[in-house]
Design a protein around this ligand. Structure first.
Ligand code: BGC
Length: 557
């Protein structure tokens, strides 16, 4: 999210502790924990020996992708549409929290460019598109939302439709119809980082807002029910929530995204729990409301009318110092909180509320109100995180090392390590749940498209290696279809298969070489050895995009 939120959540937390808070404290302050640990943290050096996880990696042997594979790319409403100022992120912009003062409404302006957006997909041979339907677009005001929310069950669908913005409703119908006319399968996200201002009012006490409110569960269930009823005949694939643990950890530990809280460990656990319950309620609501199959063939046969999951950001965690048992244990705790907790809850109904890695007495086990709420596992994969033991940190008893640290791996323009080995590992882990797996995001910030071709080929090869080992991967969505607003980092990071010219009022989308390479891979349905070896070595990133607003301490709001 934020530039590097997921990513630099950890970096930032580390720096924050090291430097005693380079970003503003929230108005009502952090807690004593931060002061207690700020003197105790030191960075560590890697020993000379190469740890096993940094040894050369070859994604082989590999399989072809299965028939009817979903080959697509992904976007999110706030990052591409514009005119969503009435959200918490709109407020975040007004608070001066985006690098360079960037505004999402100056971005690709997809509200006006459906044809151009869909053309990028057809031109590059994609057969699927992941995008979001924005709550605040359909219900821009509290009054509109209350009408829908409080409608009785019998008239709910009609009342919500009458209360919703007709332009908003029409935009998504037109987009879905245009995709359908081109044979492109939609995968629709219902909640991708942003909340309407009336749900997450940043001027109020954060403890009473957004994901901290227990009522958000019912709010989102109602929203999901309406959207699934309205668009379900055109959509089979759904994502309820994008990267729940990124939202929880970055918004409540790192502080760079709404609501901007720092080191609120209890809040992270509460938010995670509310998100798990919201997902379960949305899952049920979607299955009740979407009873129509949109596509008659697909990667999972027979196709159910709705296939529902989350898009889960999964990182590969390692102990920073090879052979150091304490670091390895800290990496396992990070893995438990960030990677496993949510999936364990929605697949098996096991909710490790305190994230200590075991189910304690009183913690839900095999809970029927949670289990079985995933029809596939959606994975967003970007990179690895190395963790150093630190007993002063609650829950984790460890600290992530900065992303920027040189581990001898090639870097993206965000400072993230390029690490396809971790992708194969993560997919194999996802495969252990016995459900189909979809890569809901995977991509690279690379403005000149010098490293994206190799990144694309290596990561798809890693995915094909996981398929060879039996993982039922049924789709791959590259992040992103075209350049867009990259949260806190504004417009510096360029993730698109297509570039967008922000200086031109028409916002032209232009294919980068990677878009045509993607087309070639899609047509082949596999990555050949010849294609792998034809890729030039990675070049050093020539620039790094900042993901932190500087000067906030004195001058920011
Ligand atoms: C998010 C996207 C973001 C991408 C790159 C993912 O965590 O879902 O919204 O743009 O990472 O930072």
């Amino acid at each position: 999210m934020n530039g590097r939120a997921h990513w630099t959540l950890w970096t930032f937390l580390f720096l924050w502790l090291l430097t005693g808070c380079p970003s503003p404290r929230p108005a009502d302050g952090g807690d004593a924990t931060s002061d207690a640990v700020s003197d105790t943290v030191t960075d560590v050096d890697f020993p000379d020996a190469t740890p096993p996880w940094l040894e050369p990696y070859t994604p082989a042997p590999r399989a072809r992708v299965p028939e009817h594979f979903l080959w697509g790319s992904a976007t999110a409403p706030y990052q591409i549409e514009g005119m969503l100022e009435h959200t918490d992120w709109g407020e975040w912009e007004r608070m001066g929290r985006i690098v360079g003062g960037a505004r999402a409404s100056d971005g690709p302006q997809s509200l006006r460019h459906i044809t151009e957006d869909v053309r990028t997909l057809t031109e590059s041979g994609q057969n699927a598109y992941r995008f979001g339907i924005e709550w605040a677009r359909l219900f821009p005001t509290r009054d509109a939302w209350n009408l829908c929310r409080n409608a009785d069950e019998r008239s709910h669908q009609e009342t919500c439709r009458n209360a919703a913005s007709s332009e908003g409703l029409r935009y998504y119908h037109t987009l879905l119809d245009t995709l359908r006319a081109q044979g492109i399968t939609p995968l629709v996200t219902l909640q991708h980082f942003t909340l309407p201002s009336y749900i997450n009012d940043l001027s109020m006490d954060w403890r009473t807002q957004g994901w901290m409110r227990a009522e958000i569960v019912q709010d989102l269930a109602r929203y999901a029910s309406f959207v699934a009823g309205e668009y379900g005949s055109k959509v089979d694939w759904w994502v309820t929530i994008n990267e729940p643990l990124v939202v929880a950890t970055v918004g409540y530990l790192d502080g760079r995204t709404p609501p901007g809280q720092v080191l609120q460990f209890d809040a992270v656990l509460q938010v995670a729990q509310n998100m798990i319950r919201a997902h379960a309620a949305m899952y049920d609501a979607i299955h009740r409301a979407d009873t129509m199959v949109a596509a008659t063939q697909g990667p999972v046969m027979p196709l159910r009318p709705a296939m529902v999951s989350i898009a889960h950001h999964v990182r590969r965690f390692y102990g920073a110092r090879p052979g150091n048992m304490l670091d390895e244990a800290a990496a396992r705790r990070a893995d438990q909180l960030f990677n496993r907790l949510f999936i364990e809850a929605i697949v098996h109904g096991n909710l490790d509320r305190n994230a200590n890695g075991t189910l304690d007495p009183g913690e839900p086990m095999n809970d029927p109100s949670l289990r079985g709420r995933a029809d596939y596992i959606g994975i967003n994969y970007y990179s690895l995180t190395a963790v150093v033991h630190n007993s002063a940190i609650p829950i984790l008893r460890g600290l992530p090392q900065p992303d920027e640290r040189d581990r001898g791996l090639p870097k993206t323009e965000f400072g993230w390590d390029i690490y396809p080995r971790g992708f194969q590992d993560v997919l194999e882990w996802a495969g252990t749940y016995g459900l189909p797996v979809i890569v809901t995001e995977n991509g690279i910030a690379d403005s000149m498209d010098v490293n994206r071709p190799r990144f694309l080929v290596e990561h798809i090869a890693a995915m094909c290696a996981a398929i060879h080992r039996g993982v039922r991967v049924v789709g791959y969505f590259h992040w992103s279809t075209f350049d867009n607003f990259e949260w806190v980092a504004g417009y510096c990071p360029r993730f698109g298969l297509y570039s967008v010219d922000y200086t031109d009022p028409m916002r032209p989308r232009r294919a980068r070489p990677s878009a045509m390479l993607y087309r070639q891979i899609i047509q082949a349905g596999e990555v050949s050895d010849a294609l792998l070896s034809a890729q030039p070595p990675y070049r050093s990133a020539t620039m790094f995009c900042p993901s932190m607003v500087t000067g906030m301490r004195d001058g920011g709001t």
